[in-house]
Design a protein around this ligand. Structure first.
Ligand SMILES: [Zn+2]
Length: 302
């Protein structure tokens, strides 16, 4: 049996927000500019490795720059360990979100299966998360929980806060870390961090987010864990402004939506547009996309 593990793109969002001191209303022209971050990796338990690399460009859908194939070079010894399948998996979704009030197809998925169905997290188990909060700015305490609540309502996913962690973000984060987290997939890691610790945050980048999916033998894939890195110094600076919390919340919601499986859209009225004007939160397309992600199959086999 073959087990493919692919890390989906982690999205680098550059803050290109402009300010004007000449007007009372701050200009939020190019609030959130998502640039490219891309890496992929894959491994098979007992077959040669399959490589898949996705590259995200501004405003575009994922583009395969590496072709899934057999490089014939990687020994099975590099294959990742996996936890016992079905941890906390129920027979039915734990919750069903309300259908969005306004229908919209202004959303895109980061990853889809061969039949076109989106890749998301199993709705039949809770999604645990930990927070590396050592560098969390003053006044930011409620931002992550508030964003989690909004995403939970939109997706039906039950989030469970497992507390703080000292784990540092890493582009090569193992999806299974039994010594740290027990015999289950590692929890979603939300890190308040710095460009020094997380180089993808250098420059104007304010956050990154992505998830890792697993599937068997070319079958449907499901996310099993993910990471969200927040540039603590930049967000601390944002929080100095009256609308800073709203802006920071929009950033976190945008990144969490990437974690859940949404890609950018070209519709500027959506939070998943690569730039944020007024950060009003999830819009109709975003909500409909997250609602679709609530329908992915349960996975007792993962
Ligand atoms: Zn983005």
């Amino acid at each position: 049996m073959e087990l493919n593990e692919t890390r989906t793109p982690r999205h680098v969002d550059a803050n290109a927000r402009k300010r004007s001191s000449a007007t009372a209303v701050r200009i939020l022209l190019a609030g959130l500019l998502c640039a490219a971050a891309a890496f992929g990796g894959a491994a098979a338990l007992d077959d040669p490795r399959i490589h898949e690399l996705l590259d995200i460009r501004i405003g575009t859908a994922p583009r395969a720059v590496g072709v899934a194939g057999n490089d014939g070079a990687q020994p099975a010894s590099v294959a990742p360990e996996t936890p016992p399948p079905g941890f906390e998996e129920a027979d039915e979704p734990l919750s069903t979100p309300a259908r969005p009030a306004v229908a919209s197809d202004s959303y895109r998925f980061l990853a889809v299966n061969g039949d076109g169905s989106p890749v998301g997290y199993s709705p039949c188990r809770p999604l645990h998360y930990v927070v590396n909060a050592a560098l969390a700015p003053a006044g930011a305490e409620h931002l992550v929980p508030d964003a989690i609540s909004a995403i939970s309502a939109a997706t039906g996913i039950t989030f469970v806060y497992d507390g703080t962690t000292a784990e540092q973000p890493s582009a090569q984060r193992p999806p299974y870390q039994p010594e740290a987290y027990g015999e289950r997939w590692a929890p979603l890691l939300i890190s308040w961090t710095t460009p020094e610790a997380a180089p993808q945050l250098k420059g104007k980048v304010i956050g990154t987010g992505g998830s890792t999916h697993f599937g068997y033998d070319g079958g449907p894939k499901t996310f099993v864990t993910g990471g969200l890195d927040l540039d603590a110094p930049q967000i601390a600076n944002e929080l100095q402004h009256p609308d800073g919390p709203m802006y920071a919340t929009a950033v976190i919601l945008h990144e969490l939506s990437h974690v859940m499986g949404l890609d950018h859209v070209e519709d500027h009225t959506q939070l998943m547009y690569p730039e944020i004007g007024l950060p009003e939160g999830l819009s109709d397309g975003d909500l409909n996309g997250l609602f679709q992600l609530s329908k992915v199959p349960c996975r007792k086999d993962l």
